[in-house]
Ligand binder design. Structure first.
Ligand code: PEP
Length: 258
């Protein structure tokens, strides 16, 4: 059994304005309180749009909520003439704990390559937050049977130059692209195989401590129907959740099952 505390992280993508976001956070907090949810047993985090972060911060701080939150992407530069970008310090100053880095939708719709993703990871770490680094194969790689090498390679290439201390603050989300938003979930065994392969590579690249510390989440069509089986796997330390994180009852259920 591991000492890693599981994390349930909701990626809201481009959904909810600041009023809907704060209403959702309040409802989730109430429902978890009614269920006597133990936040020491499992961490809960939400990733709203930039426009909602300040409102979520005010709510969380004024009501002393235990729900954490973060951003969905970050600029690689710290300040200056970068119209439309948001820096890691700006995000950290809003009380964010996490930033999603390298989500497959960002890799697809924005020019985010490995070099850019390395710089995002560094920016997030330098600002004192934890990056949730997203990796995972497309259907093409899975068809060829190279999904494990592919996902491990993505983590390795992005993290190899980090210090042990930096690497120990990483969170990795294994998200097979074919499973995101499709209703097709990876089998518990294949989520476990990928998480184990990534963990073994972190241990080999850094140390046993890093390998034992880094939380590896599964993402891709997670719901209250499949969460129990997935979290039963020894190297799966929680979830990154898209669609099911937009429904408060469903998300409450997943938190309780994790
Ligand atoms: C995601 O976008 O990170 C994700 C896992 O989405 P979904 O849960 O909707 O598949």
């Amino acid at each position: 059994t591991s000492r890693r505390i599981p994390l349930v992280a909701g990626n809201w993508k481009m959904n909810f304005d600041h009023l809907e976001a704060t209403y959702f956070v309040q409802q989730l907090a109430w429902k978890l309180r009614d269920a006597r949810f133990d936040y020491k047993r499992c961490e809960v985090a939400l990733m709203p749009s930039f426009t909602s972060l300040r409102s979520v911060q005010v709510l969380v701080e004024s009501d002393k909520l235990r729900i954490r939150y973060g951003a969905q992407a970050v600029s690689v530069t710290s300040q200056g003439a970068f119209t439309g970008d948001v820096s890691a310090d700006m995000i950290a100053h809003l009380g964010c704990s996490y930033v999603i880095v390298g989500h497959s939708e960002r890799r697809k719709y924005h020019p985010e390559d490995d070099a850019n993703i390395v710089d995002q990871v560094r920016a997030v770490l330098a600002a004192g937050m934890q990056p949730i680094l997203c990796v995972g194969e497309s259907y093409e790689e899975r068809r060829k049977g190279i999904e494990l090498d592919f996902a491990v390679g993505q983590v390795h290439d992005v993290t190899r130059d980090l210090s042990d201390e930096e690497a120990s603050r990483l969170i990795v989300a294994y998200e097979p692209v074919w499973a995101i938003g499709t209703g097709m979930v990876a089998t518990p065994q294949s989520a476990q195989d990928a998480a184990k392969a990534i963990r073994d590579d972190l241990t080999a690249t850094f140390s046993t401590t890093v390998g034992d510390t880094v939380r590896i989440l599964y993402g891709g069509s997670v719901s209250s129907k499949n969460a129990v089986e997935l979290i039963g796997e020894p190297d799966v330390d929680g979830f990154l959740i898209g669609g099911a994180a937009l429904k408060v009852d469903e998300l409450t259920k997943i938190c309780r099952l994790t």
